[in-house]
Design a protein around this ligand. Structure first.
Ligand SMILES: Cc1cc2nc3c(=O)[nH]c(=O)nc-3n(C[C@H](O)[C@H](O)[C@H](O)COP(=O)(O)O)c2cc1C
Length: 220
């Protein structure tokens, strides 16, 4: 299995989402020793917001693009290739102002590309090209937004991720949301971390169980 692992927290070594994404990758590697990981850190590789050049280049047919247009799309082309080459996708991020952090939004704007991650069929339909890839969204939130809590209706992160990635073919993603991670007492924060780790361990086992047998450790 080839996993594309993307971290988006600005908090470096103090980040909860980074700690949890590392935990998941470690658990997955225990299940799938042959796991290969392509790592992208959006706090280090800072993607610019969409420019005028990018916006016009992306909607210009490939054969009509100028050298400047091709240059404007080069980073996006490379990121789309990394997504398409992966069998599985892990996107880890904190909630920022009820939705995704700006670094991850810039990533989304960069990788939703006609002709690469989705195809316009010409009869008004759009078909995503990332179908069939196992996908995990791992999010950390300062408050608890689980159903029934006062903040539940404020979660526009989950639907935003579902919509953007559904459009490019990610039909059935898994969400593991660690919450509350900040605005709660120590006991509640520890419980949130424990719940997330339990879900991540089970998911790693599930992904491992679905791997072809020759990718798994031999029984002795
Ligand atoms: C700029 C900013 C905005 C935030 N907005 C929210 C928010 O809208 N809702 C929420 O529950 N937590 C919010 N938080 C808290 C983070 O989501 C929370 O602390 C999370 O655990 C951080 O994950 P990380 O350590 O991986 O960065 C915000 C934090 C920052 C820095």
């Amino acid at each position: 299995m080839k996993l594309l692992h993307v971290d988006a927290s600005p908090k470096g070594a103090n980040s909860g989402s980074r700690a949890l994404s590392r935990f998941f990758v470690d658990r997955l590697r225990a299940q799938i020793p042959a796991l290969s990981v392509d790592y992208l850190d959006l706090a280090q590789e800072i993607l610019p917001p969409i420019t005028e050049q990018f916006a016009s280049a992306t909607y210009t047919p490939v054969e009509e693009r100028t050298a400047e247009m091709r240059e404007a799309l080069a980073v996006s082309d490379a990121l789309c290739a990394r997504l398409l080459a992966a069998d599985a996708l892990l996107f880890a991020m904190p909630m920022h102002n009820w939705t995704m952090p700006a670094a991850f939004k810039a990533f989304v704007d960069t990788i939703v590309r006609g002709g690469l991650t989705y195809i316009a069929t010409g009869d008004g339909r759009f078909v995503g090209t990332l179908g069939g890839k196992k996908t995990l969204f791992l999010t950390t939130r300062g408050v608890d937004l689980r159903p029934g809590t006062p903040f539940a209706a404020m979660d526009v992160l989950t639907p935003a991720l579902r919509a953007a990635f559904g459009f490019i073919g990610v039909a059935d993603p898994v969400f593991v949301d660690a919450q509350p991670m900040q605005f709660a007492n120590e006991v509640e924060r520890a419980a949130a971390m424990r719940r997330a780790k339990t879900e991540l361990s089970a998911l790693a086992e599930g992904w491992g169980a679905a791997e072809p047998r020759d990718a798994l450790p031999k029984a002795s």
